[in-house]
Unconditional design. Structure first.
Length: 270
């Protein structure tokens, strides 16, 4: 074997060796998974008062409770989009493609998803990233939605009044969605909180007031068998069966029918 052949073999061996160890190293040092378009806002601990509008056929009934947010977390700046949902579907984490309407684009919030669907998405995202993603509780939702300020009767009454002033399209009971981030932004930079999409929370709606006012752990709330109805939040508050993916005719709303049901994700921080 001449000198050139030896050098060629040595070069090939060196390349093969480098490729083998690069594969090993890249698996160890590969960057964490990033879901395209997912922007998170850090929310610091704090205290506030949460006022809740309770369903009542005769009048609006409210009760207020103190809430303490003990740990920081991150919340999605935007609601989960059609494109993000379809990424989950293509990867096998979600059971069906986005149920989009003809006018909806990939950057619109995904709607027509059940609570169980939303939980599937958060479980998939947690597995992909190695982080813990989930839906927010109602208490967490009220905290970041109102930028840490008290969520009062006046807050709710204003939302209801604003909603009643909106015009809906003549042939539809729901308002059209728009590109995420195009409706509003609160003091913490979180958007679309009072748009046409109502958002799933982890919180249960029980038949009894005692059960509704009990403190439930996150692990308990993860169980779909814990309660038949979950709270959705947005312009108003409603309770919806966890397996429903659309409710436009009302009945479960405290003030008006639900337009569209979607969600945003919360990331737990250590």
């Amino acid at each position: 074997m001449n000198r050139n052949s030896v050098l060629t073999l040595a070069a090939f061996a060196l390349i093969a060796f480098a490729a083998f160890y690069w594969t090993k190293i890249s698996k160890i040092w590969s960057p964490p998974y990033q879901l395209p378009g997912l922007e998170m806002v850090t929310v610091r601990p704090g205290d506030y008062s949460l006022t809740i509008l309770v369903p009542n056929v005769l009048e609006r009934v409210y009760y207020t409770k103190p809430v303490k947010i003990n740990r920081p977390f991150q919340i999605g700046r935007y609601e989960i989009t059609v494109d993000q949902w379809n990424t989950c579907f293509k990867d096998g984490g979600c059971t069906h493609p986005a149920k989009r309407r003809k006018y909806q684009k990939g950057n619109h919030p995904v709607t027509r998803v059940s609570w169980a669907d939303a939980m599937d998405f958060t479980n998939w995202l947690s597995n992909q990233t190695g982080e813990t993603y989930r839906l927010p509780t109602e208490e967490e939702w009220g905290y970041f939605a109102n930028s840490g300020k008290d969520y009062t009767v006046d807050t709710i009454e204003k939302l209801i009044a604003d909603r009643q002033m909106l015009k809906t399209t003549p042939l539809s009971l729901f308002r059209k969605t728009r590109k995420v981030g195009s409706i509003d932004k609160n003091d913490w930079g979180i958007t679309d909180l009072t748009g046409p999409v109502w958002e799933w929370t982890m919180t249960c709606r029980f038949p009894s007031d005692d059960a509704n006012r009990k403190e439930w752990t996150i692990e308990q709330l993860r169980d779909p068998k814990l309660c038949p109805n979950r709270i959705v939040q947005g312009e108003e508050r409603a309770h919806v069966p966890y397996f429903f993916d659309e409710v436009y005719t009302g009945g479960c709303g405290t003030g008006a029918p639900v337009d569209n049901i979607g969600f945003r994700v919360l990331k737990e921080l250590s």
